[in-house]
Design a protein around this ligand. Structure first.
Ligand code: F6R
Length: 615
């Protein structure tokens, strides 16, 4: 939610600021803006509602010159996405500018205070108050020191922030601060950089400093960066991270959109994740950071996440219960935060979060830790907050996921959860080495099975036409594939804006069947598994109502093909628990084709943002 970038150095700032915003646009894209400090000693900016491309177009005529600036791409929380509410925000003098990602909870109270003290508030945002507080501090106790003025202002705030500040009277300096929202900074011979994540910086450096909560950093035009701890003392050993991907990983590389690219990257992502995991002693998973005894004693696993990552948890629950014989509980993070979890002395909490920054998931993890649980994170983003605030972290190494709708992180996270389950199963004796090896080799088949489904994308393209006149769709599946139905429906609705519901197939007759009418699209996931025949009965109920049934079925299943209008074929999968990893690839491609048919922007669906850093 919201992306920020900043630069001070030798080069003209505008180009990096616009490119940086484009790289962060997945975080929010309803408005954008930048503010550059010009050689005339004044701040000059451009901001507008709409995409970064619109901002870039406006910048062509604005001709902003200057080697220092800050910029922002917004996902609106306070105030509509208008030109006026777009960041950067200025103080009353127009000499201090700020960009912010997060939420200031006490902004109303501060706004009243500021108004009473003669400030003019120009926008509806929560952010603007910070610029005015810095204005007061700059003119008062902290004169001449932008770090001190920023710290002074932040002391009055409640909420979360990653922010960058510049002041026309402190040329060559940008101050960056973090509390609850991510921000990284980098020192290079050409200048110093700041960004919400490492993506915009992959082209300029291989190492970044990841600020921790309470820290501030002063970026200087000579390229140096000084980090300060919450107590204001310099910290000469801040947390550094190596950028684990190439700048080209976040480019389209010949694909028409990131969703297409990321769907097609799934086989390689899974191969990377599996590589080197099998040893003669079972699964290598040192990331769990637990002794064999601790692992063996786990008697309950809480799986916590949001959205697509929650669907990973639903599958992980099946795996943990079936393979490791441990009771598993799934909770939406946003729900768990207001419940009393039933933990035991040996409960493991697993959080699943692609971005590693989802506010609800982080709050849940903190709470579970405070209650005495070990917390293990499965995430895709190196050095993310989830990784820092957990006892152990497994990186799924899927590479940057730019499309807002998660695809490759989803399948990679399921495979990560499978490895974790095998580790638990070995530790508690539910599986012996031979069984572990057999399951691991089954996992190793997934990349080729996915490649096979990818080669059948023409089936999805053809089936997408069945959704042309649809106003809604129903997804059905049983057992572990009820989750495939949930995830398929989520993908369809988030990128095509077509309403879609998902149910365990057996539940259809308890209500959703009322939706069915001739032509109504029903997607039934009916692979060759132990509940196949039961799902076939549900397909017959769908057919009896004249609905348009699209099956996801295993090669050779003539019975299903004859009963359905369309079939999306998957090759046989060695374990039925692993079918979701293969079957979902069809539903990702189907959702994409339906969205394209409907003229939607598949990478940046309306109202969404990739990293949901507010609760
Ligand atoms: C849907 C999607 C979201 C995220 C959810 C959690 O395609 O991507 O539902 O899964 O916002 O995000 P993470 O995994 O970053 O915690």
């Amino acid at each position: 939610m919201c992306g920020i970038v900043g630069y001070t150095g030798k080069k003209q700032a505008q180009q990096f600021l616009l490119e940086g915003l484009a790289a962060l646009e997945y975080r929010g894209y309803d408005s954008a803006g930048l503010e550059v400090l010009s050689p005339d000693g004044e701040l000059h900016g451009v901001k507008c509602s709409g995409r970064v491309a619109t901002l870039a177009e406006r910048c062509k005529t604005a001709n902003l010159v200057g080697t220092q600036g800050i910029a922002h791409t917004r996902w609106a929380t306070h105030g509509a996405p208008t030109d006026r509410n777009a960041h950067p925000h200025l103080d009353c003098t127009g000499r201090i500018a700020i960009v912010h990602n997060g939420i200031i909870e006490n902004f109303q109270e501060i706004r009243s205070y500021l108004r009473q003290h003669g400030h003019t508030i120009a926008t509806d945002t929560d952010t603007e108050v910070i610029a005015h507080l810095i204005e007061d501090a700059w003119a008062g106790p902290a004169k001449g020191d932008l770090v001190a003025a920023t710290r002074n202002a932040l002391a009055r705030l409640r909420g979360s922030w990653a922010l960058a500040v510049e002041c026309a009277d402190a040329p060559g300096e940008i101050v960056v601060a973090r509390q609850g929202s991510p921000v990284v900074v980098a020192s290079t011979p050409d200048g110093a950089y700041a960004a919400s994540d490492a993506m915009p910086l992959a082209g300029v450096t291989k190492h970044v400093i990841s600020l921790e909560d309470g820290q501030l950093a002063r970026l200087s035009a000579d390229g140096s960066v000084q980090v300060y701890d919450a107590d204001g003392l310099p910290n000469d050993h801040p947390m550094t991270l190596d950028i684990d991907f190439d700048a080209s990983a976040a480019t389209l590389g010949g694909y028409s959109d990131f969703m297409a690219k990321e769907i097609s990257e799934q086989p390689e992502a899974i191969e990377r994740l599996l590589k080197g995991r099998l040893t003669e002693h079972g699964i290598e998973l040192d990331e769990l950071s637990m002794t064999k005894e601790e692992l063996a004693s786990i008697d309950r696993v809480y799986l916590v996440a949001c959205g697509t990552s929650y669907h990973v948890c639903l599958i992980a629950r099946e795996l943990i219960e079936r393979w490791a014989k441990i009771q598993a509980v799934c909770e939406y993070a946003s729900e768990l935060n207001y419940k009393e979890p039933m933990i035991t002395d040996h409960t493991l909490c697993v959080i699943v979060t692609q971005s590693g920054e989802t506010a609800d998931t982080l709050t849940a993890a903190k709470r579970m830790r405070a209650m005495g649980c070990k917390v293990f994170a499965i995430t895709n983003v190196l050095g993310s907050t989830a990784a820092r605030e957990s006892d152990g972290t497994m990186y799924v190494q899927a590479g940057p996921e730019v499309c807002v709708a998660s695809t490759k992180a989803y399948t990679a996270q399921i495979v990560a959860a499978s490895l974790m389950t095998l580790r638990l199963a070995y530790a508690n004796g539910s599986m012996d080495t031979g069984e572990i090896q057999r399951r691991y080799h089954d996992l190793e088949q997934l990349p080729d099975l996915i490649r096979e489904v990818l080669s059948r994308r023409w089936q999805d393209k053809k089936v997408a036409k069945a959704f042309r006149k649809a106003h809604s769709a129903l997804f059905l599946g049983r057992g572990v594939n009820s989750t495939t139905a949930y995830e398929g429906a989520l993908k369809l609705k988030e990128i095509s804006y077509l309403h879609a519901e998902a149910y365990p197939a057996g539940e259809m007759k308890h209500g959703p069947i009322a939706l069915l009418e001739p032509g109504f699209p029903v997607v039934a996931i009916v692979p060759a598994d132990h509940v196949h025949d039961k799902t076939v009965s549900n397909i017959q109920e769908v057919q009896a109502r004249g609905a348009h049934c699209i099956a996801v079925a295993t090669d050779g299943d003539v019975e299903v093909a004859q009963q359905c209008e369309d079939t999306l074929w998957i090759p046989p999968v060695p374990e039925e628990e692993l079918v979701p990893v293969v079957a979902i690839v069809h539903l990702q491609m189907l959702a994409r084709y339906v969205a394209l048919e409907r003229g939607c922007d598949v990478d940046k669906p309306r109202n969404l943002a990739k990293s949901v850093t507010v609760e």
